[in-house]
Design a protein around this ligand. Structure first.
Ligand SMILES: [Zn+2]
Ligand SMILES: [Zn+2]
Length: 375
């Protein structure tokens, strides 16, 4: 089975490109990739590209085929198109091309000089529902929001089911008509005469996908795609306790599905704007707390400002050592699930003054004498 191709990507146009844009892209690319303009290894690449471009253009320039392609993701059941191009050395299809295309499919489907048909792959004609794509967006929170949680209104673009046709892609009231390519049989038969014999290639109709009928009129609103791109806004509940890089899934807020497929999900990536110094370990918040050497010796208390905006009085016992950790329960981050807060871990940084007053110096000399410290 040939790989499904993204025709929009091949032509380098957006899914909403106008007919003129498609035509312009086609003209430009065809010039660029014409096999006559390339030599050596590059020629092979150009030939393939040239074919792809032709194939993409044939589908996207034909409103019916384009609608089918947008709707089903392919035109027909992955049938390789065979395009002819004229080269300076002759024209039409080379054998190589025929072999390449045929061998890719199935070697047993090739017959030389023998009027036999290639087995065709019929599709049921059922439309395969395809789930809509997920969408990823980012939101940025302030530090304080982590403690309370926040309902954030986000705006983004997504595909929604076309309200006019209810996602069917068919203009309401329009009848299904017999497919003009396969005349209702769902199968296309092609004969190709070569010196090796007659190649007969029979395949599922690429216009109707094997159903034999096509919508008489595609939906005017969505051009048959069944969905329409829209700017939407939704409120995302960011729970308290989220971490930088947390991802919140909002079910069914992604893109609409195709052929009745489900909506995809919205994934909200959370960034936290950090404006103060702290570390987070689980639900604990770790903050360096400067303490005067006198307080460390005598004991006392210091005020710690949390990123939540709270002020916490931390008791410093006498004889507190540098880098000692003092734990204040229940002042950490809220747990994402339980909401119960972790702890504040105050990492004590004892501040020793670089300069002291004359009086302090005298007093310290007294202390030194008292402690028997040599100075
Ligand atoms: Zn529609
Ligand atoms: Zn058909």
């Amino acid at each position: 089975m040939p790989v499904k191709k993204d025709y929009y990507e091949i032509l380098g146009v957006s899914k909403n490109a106008s007919d003129d844009e498609i035509k312009a892209a086609y003209k430009k690319l065809v010039k660029e990739w014409h096999p006559d303009r390339h030599t050596g290894d590059k020629k092979k690449i150009a030939e393939q590209k040239f074919k792809d471009i032709q194939e993409a253009y044939e589908v996207l320039s034909d409103p019916q085929k384009r609608a089918m392609y947008d709707k089903f993701g392919y035109v027909g059941e992955g049938i390789p198109y065979n395009y002819e191009y004229t080269t300076s050395s002759g024209g039409g299809f080379g054998f190589e091309d025929i072999f390449k295309d045929f061998f890719n499919d199935d070697i047993f489907n090739i017959f030389f000089g023998n009027q036999r048909t290639q087995s065709s792959q019929r599709v049921s004609g059922k439309r395969v529902p395809k789930r809509g794509e997920d969408i990823n967006i980012e939101v940025t929170l302030n530090e304080a929001d982590v403690f309370t949680g926040k309902d954030v209104t986000v705006e983004y673009d997504r595909y929604e089911e076309c309200a006019h046709c209810h996602g069917e892609g068919v203009e309401p009231g329009s009848k299904w008509v017999t497919c003009s390519k396969c005349h209702g049989t769902g199968v296309v038969r092609e004969e190709r005469r070569t010196p090796f014999g007659v190649f007969i290639n029979q395949y599922t109709c690429d216009v109707c996908g094997g159903r034999g009928s096509v919508p008489g009129e595609v939906c005017h609103e969505c051009r048959g795609a069944g969905r329409i791109r829209k700017r939407v806004s939704t409120v995302v509940n960011i729970p308290a306790g989220v971490e930088n890089g947390s991802v919140i899934r909002v079910p069914r807020k992604g893109n609409a599905g195709i052929n009745g497929g489900e909506y995809g999900d919205l994934y909200v990536h959370v960034n936290i704007r950090k404006t103060s110094e702290y570390k987070r370990e689980g639900d604990d918040i770790i903050i360096d707390v400067p303490v005067d050497y006198v307080t460390a010796i005598l004991g006392g208390s210091v005020t710690v400002n949390l990123p939540s905006g709270e002020f916490v009085e931390v008791e410093i016992p006498s004889g507190t050592q540098p880098n000692e950790k003092i734990i204040v329960k229940g002042k950490g981050f809220p747990n994402l699930r339980s909401g119960k807060r972790g702890n504040l871990v105050a990492n004590i940084v004892v501040k020793i003054p670089k300069r002291v007053s004359h009086k302090e110096k005298e007093l310290l000399k007294e202390i030194a004498k008292e402690r028997g410290v040599r100075i």
